[in-house]
Design a protein around this ligand. Structure first.
Ligand code: IPM
Ligand code: MN
Length: 366
């Protein structure tokens, strides 16, 4: 197949991890006979300083004209971010508008740590047990992130409000995606909420439970978000399956999940919309280690695997990438973020060497 991809390298470690992901994309394309036309475009804090906007008009046009968007992390060190007016900072000025523009409502964030890599985790091996295999699906274009933001001092006391609204349609469409995924993987669906306090969460739970009735074969459970945070560190295996989360709760628990498996560098993601989707790592741009060739490219390469699977429906190509990533780890090669437990069999390698090893594995395996 032939596809046109927009490539937004972003800031900080973005360009170096995107470079490795593109190498892997090309290797899979070469092996399976797919052709990718890549159009690079500026996005993020660097784009603001160079062109006056974190999401320039020309970048919008390149994204509009592409089939899928590959996006690196964005943002710079605090001192530089402080030079940017708040509404032009990459979060508010680039990421949220990108999500809204393409209505990328379903955010897939797999959390995978096989048993033999338990040493990556700060948790004890017996807590990891037979391994962690959770797919967090986060609603990405609704809730408090996109509600009205009001500030004032009407009563003489200054105040600030973030409104949180969910419509039934917004909940239904992401719940359907999550149930379909749980059915495909033959695993339970675990619905996360805070229905003991929040009206939007009570509504969320009610609407999801209506959808659950159409999926009698998918085991359904619900769990309060605070309890889910506790279980994630206490007994993560309890959560193996598909976890469905609203936007803000999903933001928080997916970072926690990265900590549990050992690094945010192990958190790829795909943001799926009705017509267009984009992929990005779930973490930031790590400006402190940018340009040193030490960042972990797993999250960016894994995002390419998610692209093959979720955006193109090419599961063999996706599996090829996952297998290669885990094969490199199993041979004892890690980037510096995963090296807290270095033993004789572990060797710390660079960003570039990691990408090369993944490519070699893909091109060698039959
Ligand atoms: C994420 C990030 C973003 C979010 C920020 C950068 C706006 O933390 O993708 O998880 O909060 O969604
Ligand atoms: Mn986040």
């Amino acid at each position: 197949m032939e596809k046109t991809l927009a490539v937004l390298e972003g800031d900080g470690i973005g360009p170096e991890i995107v470079r490795e992901a593109v190498k892997v994309l090309k290797a899979v394309g070469h092996k399976y006979g797919h052709r990718f036309v890549l159009n690079y475009a500026p996005f993020g804090a660097g784009a603001y300083f160079a062109q006056g906007s974190p999401f320039p008009e020309k970048t919008r046009e390149i994204c509009d004209a592409s089939d899928i968007i590959i996006k690196g992390p964005v943002g710079l060190a605090v001192e530089q971010m402080n030079l940017i007016p708040p509404e032009q900072r990459p979060e508010i000025g680039a990421i949220l508008p990108l999500r809204k523009r393409y209505d990328t409502f379903a955010n897939f964030r797999p959390v995978r740590l096989p048993r033999n890599l338990a040493h990556f985790s700060p948790l004890k091996a017996q807590v990891i047990g037979d391994g962690i295999d959770i797919l967090m699906i986060r609603e990405l274009v609704g809730g408090i992130y996109f509600g009205a933001k009001i500030e004032g001092s009407a009563t003489g006391m200054r105040y600030s409000t973030d409104e949180c609204t969910y419509t039934a349609d917004e909940i239904q469409r992401v719940a359907e995606v999550a149930f379909e995924e749980a059915k495909r993987r033959s695993c339970p669906l675990i619905n996360i909420h805070k229905a003991n306090v929040l009206a939007t969460s009570r509504f969320w739970k009610e609407v999801v439970e209506d959808i659950a009735r159409s999926y009698p074969d998918v085991p359904y459970r619900s769990l309060l978000v605070d309890n889910a945070a506790y279980q994630l560190v206490k007994n993560p295996a309890l959560l193996n399956g598909v976890m469905l989360l609203e936007n803000m709760q999903g933001d928080i628990l997916t970072d926690q999940a990265g900590g549990i498996i050992g690094s945010l560098g192990l958190m790829p993601s795909a943001c799926i919309g009705p017509e267009k989707s984009y992929v990005e790592p779930a973490h930031g741009s790590a400006p402190d280690i940018a340009g040193k060739n030490i960042a972990n490219p797993y999250s960016m390469i894994g995002s390419i695997a998610l692209m093959f699977d979720r955006c193109l429906g090419l599961t063999d190509e996706a599996d090829e990438i996952w297998n290669a990533l885990f094969a490199v780890f199993e041979r004892g090669y890690v980037t510096a973020d995963l090296a807290q437990d270095v033993h004789e069999r572990t060797e710390i390698i660079t960003t570039e060497a990691f990408g090369d090893m993944v490519v070699q594995h893909i091109l060698k395996s039959s």
